[in-house]
Design a protein around this ligand. Structure first.
Ligand code: ADP
Ligand code: MG
Length: 389
């Protein structure tokens, strides 16, 4: 299919295009409405997925993750735009002809079939010989570490075991792509973490391309090569987990991944390497922002990047401010402080428990924040903030 490179550049942000490797999947200007165009579950999607990558769609409930996955699987049709698989337009290809394995949110196993029959099913549809079906189904069961349950029905298995069957069924026909929608959502924490390790291992071992959906940021960070953060039917930002954690561009992404202090303020003139952001009577020196002075912005500061000092002269940070300890909570490996800086703002600060500098509630301390730990991000509209809470 011929594509006009120049027009593609104009209508799709470069940041949403995958790095220099082969895209297996390409969403071009995809939109999806369930109500004839009054509202859009997916507002606009331009996205490449690279061969062999583990891409996670991360976002709050209702942000369009499942809709995106279902369009890719072929169970929903885009209202606008096109989806390509290996360079072929598959927008109107039915699900069973797409060569995509899907693990649904609720496992969707066939209750009347045994485990082995469930896993053989995709092969029997593809007219693989009975002998080979059994051999490949057994191999798939081995991959997900499930032994001795071949002849049970799904109802006789635990949630974790059912999930393994669903994964084996998605893997058994060597699909070129595997989609998973919150596959670990119903499992308890210990089992979930164990399955995360196994999924990562399977992905490495098989080299298959995975598109994974979760609303759990910890899971996204642990599993993914890249994460696409969804907000209201759009990708707010896409990149490696480290990029999103260290370099969020919006208040939404800064607040969605990990803990963050997000402080509203007004941008001052930039000088050299830093920009000042005014908050009440205080001014914070931050990483330089490419925005005009007087813009309403937010400053995002990770709690672990802030230090407490009793003696301010012992810090070389470019923001050193007197503060009062308002709250203190002990977590074993770290202590979390809530401190108030004048009447201007309060901060959450994480101090390793082994650190010498600990202080009681009511004590005066100094907060020390390097400007490079202060990232200026776009401030969200009021309406967005209401919806998020
Ligand atoms: P997520 O998976 O991120 O929670 P969804 O893709 O399921 O989000 O939903 C996005 C939006 O589309 C929501 O507002 C949801 O109510 C709506 N939606 C999803 N599926 C349907 C459907 N089959 N019919 C009508 N609206 C739907
Ligand atoms: Mg969903």
């Amino acid at each position: 299919m011929h594509r006009d490179q120049s027009s593609r550049k104009a209508d799709s942000p470069a940041a949403e295009r995958a790095p220099a490797s082969v895209p297996v999947i390409r969403f071009s200007a995809v939109r999806k409405s369930y109500d004839g165009g009054r509202s859009f579950a997916v507002e606009r999607l331009d996205l490449d997925v690279c061969k062999g990558e583990f891409l996670t769609l991360l976002g709050p409930s209702g942000s369009g993750k499942t809709t995106t996955l279902m369009m890719l699987a072929g169970f929903e049709r885009p209202s606008h735009g096109a989806i390509e698989l290996d360079g072929r337009d598959i927008t109107s290809v039915p699900p069973h002809q797409r060569d995509i394995g899907v693990v649904f949110q609720n496992y969707a196993l066939f209750p009347h079939m045994t485990v082995l029959e469930n896993i053989r099913f995709p092969l029997s549809v593809r007219r693989v010989s009975a002998e080979e079906q059994i051999e490949r189904a057994q191999r798939a069961l081995g991959m997900v570490q499930l032994h001795g349950v071949d002849s049970r029905r799904p109802g006789e298995l635990s949630g974790g075991q059912q999930q393994r069957v669903a994964i084996a069924r998605a893997l058994v026909f060597n699909p070129r792509l595997i989609l998973m929608d919150e596959p670990l959502g119903a499992l308890d924490r210990v089992l979930r973490e164990q399955m995360q390790v196994e999924l990562k291992h399977l992905h490495r071992m098989l080299g298959v391309t995975v598109v994974y959906v979760t609303h759990d940021q910890g899971e996204a960070i642990a599993l993914s090569d890249r994460v696409a953060v969804f907000n209201k039917g759009r990708i707010a930002q896409i990149g490696s987990a480290e990029d999103l954690y260290e370099k969020p561009t919006s208040e939404f992404v800064a607040g969605f991944l990990g803990e963050n202090n997000i402080l509203p303020g007004v941008l001052m003139q930039s000088d050299g390497e830093t920009s000042g952001v005014k908050m009440g009577a205080s001014t914070l020196r931050c990483r330089k922002a490419d925005l005009p002075a007087q813009t309403n912005v937010c400053v995002a500061i990770r709690p672990e990047r802030i230090h407490l000092r009793k003696d301010p002269s012992s810090s070389s940070a470019d923001n050193v401010m007197p503060a009062t300890v308002v709250d203190r909570m002990y977590f074993g490996d770290h202590v979390k402080y809530q401190v108030a800086v004048a009447n201007d703002f309060s901060l959450s600060v994480k101090v390793p428990a082994a650190d010498d500098v600990q202080a009681d509630v009511g004590r005066q301390v100094h907060v020390c924040i390097p400007s490079r730990a202060c990232r200026i991000v776009e401030r969200e509209q009021e309406a967005n903030q209401n919806e998020r809470s």
